[in-house]
Design a protein around this ligand. Structure first.
Ligand code: ZN
Length: 550
């Protein structure tokens, strides 16, 4: 074999077409499996649909390769394409996600801790079968030297031919395919490598056009509505940004399991209100976080590529001391201009292990970090954001300490599909129990402070735990199931704060079951922090009814 292949080295374009066939077939396994299982493609129909889609995709992959890949970088380019389609296929098959711009943004923003959670034997096996073995074969193929001009003509000729073939195939099967694409919008996010390429290009164009624009200040008129006489009267407000907690598994929302026993007790004392119908702005940290802190609201935020300052800039401008403590993968730009502290380097015994800490480490760090803030500002009031590790998957079992776990056994694999659903849910529910513990501990700490205090808790997005075969989060919003967008939100207001503001919790309780969303955070936090600005919209402020009732 070896001597034969040495005698007959490949024409570079021929080898390129071998790559096209491999990428189209093996490189798109999740797509073909999905099309094969669609309800409208049964039996012989499945065969013809998969067949015509394969021909269309093959012509598309061919023109892409013929245009991009030239002999000089044929070998490395082949490996890159194999790696891209294999990793994208692995995530699509394992978690049933699709590859779109926000998913790629998540990948880019992911830190080492998150990658470690995702690694599994299954992933290594996928890389072996999709990259290493075909890669070795690919790298060892001898390639003929070809003159530049005939090669150029041949490759461009084939490029045009591939386009023509694509149009012919699409035309021939148009009726079938058009309805298929309309009914199953996820399919178009599954075609490798176009999904990844489209997402990367779309994302970089968006970021480039944002980066080219100067950051616009907002709320330049922001000022404190009342000046506290001393630090003892200055409010201390904590906003806990929850991570990946869905309302469906939150005890306070009426979940069959009591996953929020401590918060339930606080609610019974009458100072806590749980909001039962809250929608997130996005389905990932990367999309939700900047949107939550924006004055624009979801629709305007998504339609704007103009970078603006956010809520925390406005609070700071009004004269408050503002602090962000992060136990996640960063604040996605919303804390860029304020004091912040990241827990990553901490090595607190019992709380931190393998470069990762339980959320309580933020509470332990809080007094120290508060003391570092400007005392002049502190005397007017303080707003702290605690960004949780929360229920970040897929390693849910790592998100709760052993002593707190109530639901067993837990899924201990990162490839969630290897676990029975009830074990995945056990691990997840234990992480919600821990969030309950963390938020309640924060409230207890606030209760002990000799000043008016309040806390808001709001999760950034939900999570799929195997419903409809979906796992994790990050589905394009309009296709996302409710599990990924229905999030828990609550407000706790201390007695001194209620007195200072003249609020009765009953008026807030009356707001509990109205439909709210991330759009309300900006305006409610302005009110809670006593900051006045033209940006404030009373109709979006959850506390507005209480001020009116006073
Ligand atoms: Zn998140």
């Amino acid at each position: 074999m070896k001597s034969l292949s040495q005698k007959q080295p490949w024409h570079p374009t021929a080898l390129l077409m071998v790559l096209a066939v491999w990428l189209t077939t093996a490189g798109n396994l999740p797509l073909w499996l999905k099309v094969w299982q669609l309800p409208e493609t049964q039996g012989f129909k499945a065969l013809t649909t998969v067949g015509s889609l394969m021909l269309i995709l093959l012509s598309m992959v061919s023109w892409l390769l013929l245009f991009l890949v030239w002999p000089k970088w044929l070998k490395p380019a082949g490996l890159v394409f194999m790696a891209v389609v294999t990793s994208s296929s692995y995530f699509m098959l394992t978690y049933n996600v699709v590859i779109d711009p926000s998913m790629i943004a998540n990948v880019v923003q992911t830190d080492v801790r998150e990658v470690r959670d995702l690694l599994s034997w299954r992933m290594l096996a996928a890389l072996l079968l999709g990259v290493v073995l075909p890669g070795i074969w690919w790298w060892r193929q001898p390639v003929r030297q070809v003159k530049a001009k005939p090669l150029l003509l041949r490759q461009l000729g084939l490029f045009v031919l591939a386009w023509l073939m694509m149009f012919v195939f699409v035309w021939a099967s148009f009726q079938d395919l058009a309805s298929l694409m309309r009914n199953h919008t996820t399919l178009r996010y599954m075609a490798n490598p176009f999904n990844s390429l489209y997402a990367v290009v779309r994302l970089s164009v968006g970021q480039a056009s944002q980066a080219a624009k100067p950051l616009l200040p907002i709320g330049e008129d922001a000022k404190l509505l009342s000046a506290p006489a001393s630090e003892k009267e200055a409010p201390l407000i904590v906003l806990v940004v929850g991570e990946t907690v869905r309302a469906a598994n939150f005890g306070l929302s009426g979940y069959a399991r009591q996953t929020t026993p401590q918060l339930n007790q606080l609610k019974a004392q009458g100072d806590l209100v749980y909001f039962s119908d809250v929608s997130s702005c996005g389905t990932s940290t990367q999309t939700s976080l900047p949107c939550m802190f924006s004055h624009l609201g979801k629709t305007a935020y998504e339609n704007s590529d103009q970078p603006y300052e956010g809520l925390l800039d406005v609070l700071q401008r009004a004269g408050l001391a503002v602090l962000w403590i992060d136990n996640q993968s960063g604040c996605k730009g919303v804390c860029s201009r304020i004091a912040r502290f990241e827990t990553q380097a901490l090595k607190v015994p019992h709380l931190c292990q393998d470069g990762e800490c339980f959320d309580e480490v933020m509470l332990q760090e809080l007094p120290k970090q508060l003391a570092l803030l400007d005392p002049v500002k502190r005397a007017k009031g303080t707003v702290v954001v605690l960004h949780q590790m929360g229920s970040h998957g897929p390693a849910y079992y790592k998100r709760s300490p052993e002593a707190l776990k109530q639901f067993k056994p837990e899924c201990k694999s990162s490839a969630l599909q290897n676990c029975p659903v009830d074990q995945i849910v056990n691990g997840y529910d234990n992480s919600v129990l821990y969030a309950d513990h963390f938020v309640s501990q924060t409230v207890k700490w606030l209760q002990a402070q000799p000043r008016p205090t309040a806390l808001m808790y709001l999760s950034d997005h939900g999570e799929s735990l195997g419903e409809k075969g979906l796992y994790l989060h990050g589905m394009p919003y309009r296709m996302a199931p409710r599990e990924q967008t229905h999030v828990p939100m609550l407000a706790w207001v201390s007695k001194p704060m209620q007195q200072q503001r003249g609020w009765r919790m009953a008026c807030l309780q009356a707001q509990a079951d109205k439909p709210w969303s991330h759009d309300n955070l900006f305006h409610s936090m302005l009110d809670l922090s006593q900051v006045g600005t033209n940006l404030a919209k009373p109709e979006l402020n959850i506390f507005a009814a209480c001020a009116a009732a006073r």
